[in-house]
Design a protein around this ligand. Structure first.
Ligand SMILES: C[S@@+](CC[C@H](N)C(=O)[O-])C[C@H]1O[C@@H](n2cnc3c(N)ncnc32)[C@H](O)[C@@H]1O
Length: 224
């Protein structure tokens, strides 16, 4: 696909999602201008990181209306799975992907991330997560899905020292390690973004996934 075909398809996808959003709440961002920045430009902010990740299957955790998953899938050509536990959202997204002829490359999984980790452990080379959970929970959710050397790319609005320390303190438990961090501001001049990349370095010391909900409700703590 040429870069202009890719841009056109990404915009067609966004337009279709905004249309569906008029009747069903897929995303709180409803205006076209805001969506162009927060859904397309922001989704593509992690493109250098996903391009640098090992080749193979890509998954977008807590994908909602398909962001950043769909723009990144189109830009990289990777086989992609969008993962969200809300069945209705995934059904609508899947309908839009069908309409645009994208379902061979981009599929949906309508269940919990923890359930997918039991079905398909170690099968992803790269994962993204935007607006999903604190870093400590993201590391735990991603680890069992990633193959060794696979990467988790986290899109965060703001990472304070406490959130980062909390995550780094469990790196050994979950077999993940921070490899890069980049800060940027979107073209609206005000939306700040941190892109953090963690790599799967080993199997860790805790059996994962834990019971559904635990990673987010009761995050791991370092053993004293
Ligand atoms: C705030 S939305 C973010 C959607 C999208 N990533 C974005 O940035 O526009 C978070 C999504 O994560 C999903 N989610 C939260 N925890 C999940 C889990 N454990 N497994 C699967 N989906 C989950 C929710 O259903 C929700 O659609």
């Amino acid at each position: 696909m040429t870069s202009s075909e890719c841009r056109d398809l990404t915009h067609q996808y966004l337009d279709a999602i905004l249309e569906v959003n008029k009747t069903t709440n897929l995303t709180r961002i409803a205006s076209q201008t805001e969506a162009e920045i927060l859904h397309i430009e922001d989704s593509l902010a992690g493109l250098p990181e996903i391009e640098a990740a090992p080749e193979g299957l890509y998954g977008d955790l807590g994908s909602g209306g398909g962001f950043p998953g769909v723009p990144l899938a189109l830009a990289t050509g990777r086989m992609t799975v969008l993962i969200d536990s809300v069945k209705k959202k995934m059904a609508l997204v899947s309908g839009v992907l069908d309409e645009l002829g994208l379902s061979d490359q981009i599929s949906t999984y309508d269940g919990r991330i923890e359930e997918l980790a039991l079905d398909r452990p170690g099968s992803f080379s790269v994962l993204t997560a935007r607006a999903l959970s604190r870093l400590v929970s993201l590391l735990e959710l991603a680890s069992p899905l990633l193959s060794k050397g696979g990467q988790l790319i986290c899109y965060k609005a703001h990472v304070d020292d406490e959130e980062l320390e909390e995550a780094r303190a469990v790196e050994n438990l979950v077999g993940m390690r921070l490899v890069s961090r980049r800060e940027l501001v979107l073209s609206d001049g005000e939306t700040e973004r941190s892109i953090l990349v963690f790599e799967k370095v080993g199997c860790g010391k805790v059996k994962l996934p834990r019971r559904v909900g635990m990673a987010q409700k009761n995050p791991l703590k370092p053993r004293s």
